[in-house]
Design a protein around this ligand. Structure first.
Ligand code: MN
Length: 244
């Protein structure tokens, strides 16, 4: 399959002055475009030809991995920025406080990791299988999917991400990044949603689970087995709708 450039949820000039039009023209329009083009040149005739981008990231190495992961990472990075930042949703703030002590402590640790990563790479907020959040720094094209971790937020600290606007001042770029993070998107990736049965109004709350039907507290709705049924009316999972 042919991989394509991701659509951006904002105009190229919309992130200024924190991230200029020129930076977006180069970072999105040239750097990312080159990774996408290289990937499309490298995969024909290989086992990766018909895989999804995520599958290629998980299974490849060398040049194909580098270009696939850079495509995935940049797509995720650009899609987590917004010119219209809103406050951190309360449930996300609770998770960050649970795992880092406070929202400010999380931002400090993330900033420190982004400043401290030597050379080119990415600093990620990730969730493990138990939904615990942590920060991982990956050199070059590194992507935490390859370690079984779920990406929640990322900052690109390659020099090409900031050299036009901030020259060598990575710290100034990180400050600007914090003004552009789309906290609602971040929350969508790690806050567990409640689901309501459309037939009987039973509400599945992941914090409580459904011990009477064998679902432990802390189980996200998405991880409940498909043969599970509503404890009240007996309908299957596909009769449920997210309500958060
Ligand atoms: Mn980049």
């Amino acid at each position: 399959m042919t991989h394509t450039m991701p659509k951006l949820p904002y105009a190229l000039e919309a992130l200024a002055p924190h991230m200029s039009l020129e930076t977006l023209e180069f970072h999105y329009g040239k750097h990312l475009q080159t990774y996408v083009d290289n990937l499309n040149k490298l995969i024909p005739g290989t086992q990766f030809e018909n895989m999804s981008l995520e599958q290629i990231v998980m299974k490849s190495e060398g040049g194909i991995f580098n270009n696939a992961a850079q495509t995935w990472n940049h797509t995720f990075f650009f899609q987590t920025l917004t010119p219209e930042q809103s406050a951190i949703p309360e449930k996300l703030a609770e998770l960050l406080t649970r795992d880092f002590g406070s929202v400010d402590a999380f931002k400090e640790q993330f900033t420190k990791a982004a400043l401290g990563l030597f050379g080119s790479g990415w600093v990620w907020l990730v969730a493990d299988k138990q939904h615990k959040l942590s920060i991982v720094a990956e050199p070059n094209a590194g992507n935490p999917l390859t370690k079984g971790l779920k990406p929640i937020l990322v900052i690109d600290v390659w020099e090409h991400a900031y050299y036009i606007d901030y020259r060598n001042r990575r710290a100034a770029f990180i400050d600007a990044f914090w003004k552009l993070v789309d906290w609602n998107k971040v929350a969508e990736r790690c806050v567990m949603k409640r689901y309501e049965c459309t037939a009987c109004d039973y509400i599945y709350d992941p914090e409580k689970g459904s011990p009477e039907t064998g679902i432990a507290p802390g189980t996200p709705f998405e991880e409940i087995p498909d043969d599970w049924t509503c404890p009240i009316c007996g309908l299957y999972k596909d009769a449920f709708k997210a309500i958060d």
